[in-house]
Design a protein around this ligand. Sequence first.
Ligand code: ADP
Length: 254
Amino acid sequence: QFKDLPDIRRADEIGQLSDSFRRMADKLAENDLARKAFISDVSHDFQSPLQNMRGYATLLMNPELSRDRRLEYAKIIHDESGRLSGLSRQLLLLTSIDQFTALPERVSINVTRQLKEAVRKFRWSFDEKELSVSMEAENMEICGDRELLEKVWENLLSNAVKYTPDGGEVAIVLKKEDHQVTVTVEDSGPGIAPEDRQRVFERFYRTEKARGKEGGTGLGLSIVKEVVGLHGGSVVASVSDLGGAKFTVTLPGR
Ligand code: ADP
């Protein structure tokens, strides 16, 4: 006797179904856009060093070129090919990270030792910059992938060096807090504007100030964020008391 009543339950389910289809379609379109943007960024980043190399190689073919010019052009080609190889190395790393659903390696890592080792590797590049290191926890252990985590420290340190002008300062601090380890890398460089502090972790994002600077790919911090995330940790950018940028990485201890 209720057959003339509309089936509210069914109507609602169809409504839900159509909503979830719409959400799926939106998601797919979003992924497709992101993929297209990614490919266009990669192609662009490969294009400019390749064009420079080609241009300078053509100039080198001129038999009347002076020795000094020849050296200058060869150096540009050398540097640009280095940029290309750095870019492809970082891209390979990012794509491999994309495929991980879990950490590729889970071993016990002494972060204090690993960070000291990274600092040692970079010390030469500080040159005219002051570096202070403070490890407030000796032998702090976490569980994770050694190689990936090494990349985190290397990327943060190389940015601090790259963006801090000579005469500036860089400070690295490792602290143990409850069951976690906090590492901060900060500098007296130009810093990162509040509106860029989240975006710098996006792939290929470079701030206005950095774009003129050579040697960047805009991939370093996205690698930092993804690796730290895979370890169950977090990373944030803020402003340092030294006047520049401050990166705080927090990782769960063992
Ligand atoms: P890049 O290869 O450009 O350094 P990253 O992903 O490592 O790429 O960093 C993204 C952007 O974040 C940089 O282009 C720069 O604008 C900004 N940035 C990163 N580290 C610093 C820093 N220590 N000081 C100021 N800006 C920074």
